[in-house]
Design a protein around this ligand. Structure first.
Ligand SMILES: Cc1ncc(C[n+]2csc(CCOP(=O)(O)OP(=O)(O)O)c2C)c(N)n1
Length: 335
C-alpha cells in the first residue's frame, strides 16, 4: 500500500481475533454491505435527479461507523457529519426512512426536511449529522455532559481536517477537564475536501489528544475487526467513568468529497491500491481465514441485504411529497 510515511506510522498491531465470533463478524459485514448499497443507490438516484442538493458519501469508510456503533447501548448518543448516511444506518435508522429523507418525502426520518446532510433521529440516539465541521464534536461533548454518571456515552464522528478547527481543541479540553463520557472518533480519510491532510496539519493528529492526556488509539480503519476492538476498549473506558477517549481510524473515501468532486488530486493509482483494502474485502478475507466461512455464505448475506434495501428504496420512492408551507411537525427531535 503506497501510503505516506505519516499515514503508515499511524498503523498499530491487529486486534486479538477472539473479540468477535463468526456470527458477530457476519453481522458487521452485513452492516457494511448495507451502507455500501445505500451509498451506491444515493449516487444512482442523484444522477437521475431524484436526490436534491449535494451528497457526501461514506463509501470506503464503512468499517468505522459499523464497528463503533455495534458496541453502543440504548441511551448512548451519536453525532455524525454531513458524510453521515453511514453513521445513521449504523445506529439503526431505518434504511427506507433514510432514503425517503434523501428524496424529500414526508416519510423521511426528518419528514423530508433535512436531506442528505443534517439527519437527526433521537429515537435511535442520533443527535444530529452536522454540516458545520466540528459541530458533531461539540454536540457529543454537550451530550456527554448530560450523560455523566448515567453509564451512557456519547460518540462524535468527524474527519481529520476538522481537527484543525477550534471546536476540536475546545471540546477535547473541556471533555478532559470535566472527565466526560465521550468517545472522539476521527475518521482520517486522508483528504479534507481536496487537500491532503499532511499539507495542512502541524504535527501528528493523534499527538493532539495525547497532549491533553486523552487515551488515544490509532487503528486500521479498513479492518472492521480492528476498529471494533478499539471501540470495545474506548467505549468501555468512557462508560466506566474514565473520561474521554480518542480513536483515529485510518481510512479512505472511494468517492469524491461530494458529488461535484471528480477527485483529481489523488495520486495515480492511489484509489486502486486502497480498493484492494476495501473494508468489505478485508472482512470477507477474515471471515474465510479465521472462521472458514465460504464465499457463497458471504454472498448470501450481501444478497439478502441488497434485496431488503431494494424493497425499502422502492417504498421510499413512492412516498408522499410535503405540502408547500406545511409545518415540519414530523421531525423526530424529541428526546
Ligand atoms: C465551520 C466550517 N468550515 C468550513 C466548512 C467547509 N467544509 C466542508 S467539508 C470540509 C472538509 C472537512 O474535512 P474532514 O474533516 O477531513 O472530513 P471529510 O470530509 O474528509 O470526511 C470543509 C472545510 C464547513 N462545512 N464548516
Amino acid at each position: 500500500m503506497a501510503t505516506s510515511t505519516k499515514h503508515r506510522q499511524g498503523q498499530e498491531a491487529p486486534p486479538p481475533a477472539d473479540l468477535l465470533d463468526r456470527d458477530a463478524l457476519l453481522e458487521l459485514h452485513a452492516g457494511m454491505a448495507l451502507i455500501r448499497g445505500f451509498e451506491d443507490a444515493v449516487q444512482r438516484l442523484f444522477t437521475k435527479g431524484e436526490v436534491h442538493g449535494t451528497t457526501h458519501l461514506y463509501s470506503g469508510q464503512e468499517a468505522g461507523a459499523t464497528a463503533v456503533c455495534s458496541v453502543l447501548q440504548d441511551g448512548d448518543r451519536v453525532a455524525g457529519t454531513y458524510r453521515g448516511h453511514g453513521h445513521a444506518l449504523a445506529v439503526g435508522v431505518d434504511p427506507g426512512a433514510l432514503m425517503a429523507e434523501m428524496l424529500g418525502r414526508t416519510t423521511g426520518v426528518c419528514g423530508g426536511r433535512a436531506g442528505s446532510m443534517n439527519v437527526i433521529d433521537v429515537e435511535h440516539g442520533l443527535i444530529g449529522c452536522f454540516g458545520i465541521i466540528g459541530g458533531s464534536i461539540a454536540a457529543a461533548t454537550g451530550a456527554a455532559l448530560a450523560l455523566r454518571r448515567t453509564g451512557n456515552v456519547a460518540v462524535a464522528f468527524f474527519g481529520e481536517g476538522t481537527s484543525n478547527q477550534g471546536y476540536f481543541h475546545e471540546s477535547l479540553n473541556f471533555a478532559k477537564v470535566l472527565s466526560l463520557p465521550v468517545v472522539f472518533v476521527c475518521e482520517n480519510n486522508r483528504y479534507a475536501e481536496f487537500t491532503p491532510y499532511e499539507e495542512a496539519m502541524a504535527g501528528g493528529l493523534a499527538d493532539r489528544p495525547r497532549t491533553m492526556e486523552i487515551p488515544t488509539t490509532v487503528v486500521d480503519g479498513m479492518d472492521v475487526t480492528a476498529v471494533h476492538a478499539a471501540a470495545v476498549e474506548a467505549v468501555g473506558r468512557a462508560r466506566a467513568g474514565e473520561g474521554p477517549q480518542f480513536i483515529e481510524s485510518m481510512t479512505y473515501r472511494f468517492v469524491g468529497h461530494s458529488r461535484s468532486d471528480p477527485g483529481k488530486y489523488r495520486k495515480d493509482g492511489e484509489l486502486d491500491e486502497f480498493k484492494l483494502r476495501d473494508p468489505l474485502l478485508v472482512s470477507r478475507a477474515i471471515l474465510a481465514e479465521r472462521f472458514g466461512v465460504a464465499a457463497s455464505d458471504v454472498d448470501a448475506v450481501e444478497e439478502r441485504v441488497a434485496g431488503e434495501l431494494a424493497a425499502a428504496i422502492e417504498t421510499a420512492r413512492s412516498g408522499p411529497w410535503p405540502e408547500a408551507g406545511a409545518p415540519a411537525s414530523e421531525f423526530r427531535t424529541a428526546a
